[in-house]
Design a protein around this ligand. Structure first.
Ligand SMILES: *[C@@H]1O[C@H](CO)[C@@H](O)[C@H](O)[C@H]1NC(C)=O
Length: 484
């Protein structure tokens, strides 16, 4: 039983923490800079995370193609294109919705997107072939090596007509389509290139259907980025983005007619690298609110999404930690809070424009409530939490120092020039000391269901950053830096 005294203490802690205001602009700058630390390939002269150097300069050579560039997904040195593409889609969506309040950070956000799209263009350069990964995760995870030292196999893995991969191909199509909107004004030719490629890749994804799990890529992508929820959501998501980018009725009809034929239940409250459902609902509502078309089922789905996440929901799709963080049962990663909060703000702004509130069983939810909920999640991540720590590296007084990240935890190649072999890195992995290199802006996996966080490199669930935790935050931080 909770004693009244400890309950009072808890309330005091929460109110005290809520008083802290945040420097969203500083956090925005850092959240984008993080991507420079994840870069693979040849680094440009204006690289700001300077403890990194060139790496993986022969990627793709085993298949006689150029796959140099792109991003490492997290604390290892593999380029997994499924989450990389989702990251790109979310960075692009961040700019589409909130780019007007990024100001001096906008060029950096565009650079972060282009680093990915340049690479995704390479990965889709051969007709009817999509490269889905570079690197052997089994060998890579067996070593603790800086990317600059890598000597594990850089196997390039592809999907084809015979060995399809609709989820990864359709997500790449979504990323290219969303990014084409971002570059329409500043780089019109490049934008055209992106949208044409997006359409080709979507056609490939839709025509040769199957999950990359079950094709020859399976050994490399599972269990790391196995497609658990099926590829149907990525096909709808890809088509929804293609509709947004081209305005072609074909893509809207595709979504509207295929949603009922998916042969899988709609995951009302899910949104992340694997499952796109709630994102599809919110993205399409944005269009449907201002069209004469039937709003069903997507506005209904988006409303149900809202009703399932609001505290006190009669049909909850999330849990709340005692400190107020949104999580999914058994999935304690800040990815949930960041990606769902992104949808709250986008949907709230659309509701406001459409002059609507959401009617839930337990009462009406107006847009400001959704914005407040998103803000509480962002503030929690930046430090208003029971551990009193920021979960963004290099932001605030206290932040994770022992992140699960090979490059950050090993001495920089600029300082320690000698090659550090696979198992030699174990010293750095096991060290109790703080990481020598700050991966500025990296947001880590985060606390457990009791708000507890161990700043421990050997606990990757909590201490590993990923590109797709940061991507929705880039948009959220741009929004809150202008709307405190
Ligand atoms: C992919 O593999 C995982 C793990 O084996 C499985 O749970 C999931 O259903 C598979 N997805 C598809 C689309 O086959």
């Amino acid at each position: 039983m909770v004693s009244p005294v400890s309950l009072m203490v808890a309330i005091l802690v929460v109110t005290a923490a809520a008083a802290v205001t945040h420097d969203y602009k500083d956090a925005l700058m850092k959240s984008i800079m993080f991507y420079e630390g994840q870069r693979s390939g040849k680094l440009p002269p204006n690289q700001r995370i300077t403890w990194r150097a060139d790496s993986a300069l022969k990627d793709g050579f085993d298949s006689h193609v150029d796959l140099v560039g792109g991003y490492y997904d997290a604390g290892d040195n593999i380029k997994f294109h499924f989450p990389m593409a989702f990251t790109t889609t979310m960075l692009a969506w961040s700019v589409i919705e909130f780019g007007d309040t990024m100001y001096t950070e906008l060029p950096h956000a565009l650079e972060a997107i282009k680093w990915a799209t340049d690479y995704l263009l390479l990965a889709t350069n051969t007709p009817d072939v999509v490269y889905v990964q570079v690197g052997d995760p089994w060998a890579d995870h067996n070593c603790w090596e800086r990317p600059e030292d890598m000597d594990t196999p850089r196997t390039s893995v592809s999907v084809t007509k015979e060995y399809p991969g609709s989820e990864v191909s359709a997500e790449i199509a979504a990323a290219l389509a969303a990014s084409s909107i971002v570059f329409r004004k500043s780089l019109p030719e490049y934008s055209n290139w992106l949208i044409n490629r997006a359409q080709q890749v979507f056609y490939f994804a839709d025509t040769y259907r199957g999950s990359y799990n079950n094709s020859r890529a399976g050994h490399f992508v599972c269990p790391f980025y196995c497609d658990y929820s099926g590829y149907q959501d990525e096909l709808l998501w890809g088509a929804a983005w293609l509709h947004r980018a081209t305005q072609k009725p074909y893509y809207l009809n595709y979504v509207l007619s295929n949603v009922y034929k998916m042969g899988r239940p709609w995951n009302i409250g899910e949104f992340g690298w694997d499952t796109k459902d709630a994102g599809i609902s919110v993205l399409l509502s944005e269009y449907l609110f201002f069209s004469k078309l039937d709003w069903k089922p997507f506005v209904t789905y988006a409303d149900e999404f809202v009703c399932s996440v609001i505290p006190g929901s009669s049909n909850p799709s999330v849990i709340y930690t005692p400190g107020g963080l949104i999580q999914k049962p058994k999935m304690n990663s800040l990815q949930i809070a960041s990606s769902l909060s992104f949808l709250f703000v986008v949907y709230a702004r659309n509701l406001k424009l459409a002059n609507r509130v959401v009617q839930c069983d337990h009462g009406a939810v107006d847009p400001s409530r959704l914005i407040d909920l998103a803000k509480s999640q962002v503030d929690y991540i930046l430090g208003n939490n029971p551990m009193k720590t920021s979960y963004m590296v290099d932001y605030g007084q206290q932040f994770p120092r022992r992140i699960h990240h090979r490059g950050s935890s090993s001495p920089s190649i600029k300082v320690h020039k000698e090659h550090i072999k696979c198992k030699e890195g174990t010293t750095y992995y096991a060290s109790q000391g703080p990481n020598p290199n700050l991966l500025t802006g990296a947001v880590v996996g985060g606390p457990d269901a009791h708000d507890w966080f161990a700043d421990d490199r050997t606990n990757p669930g909590q201490s590993e950053p990923t590109t797709y935790i940061n991507a929705p935050l880039v948009g959220l931080l741009a929004y809150f830096s202008a709307n405190q």
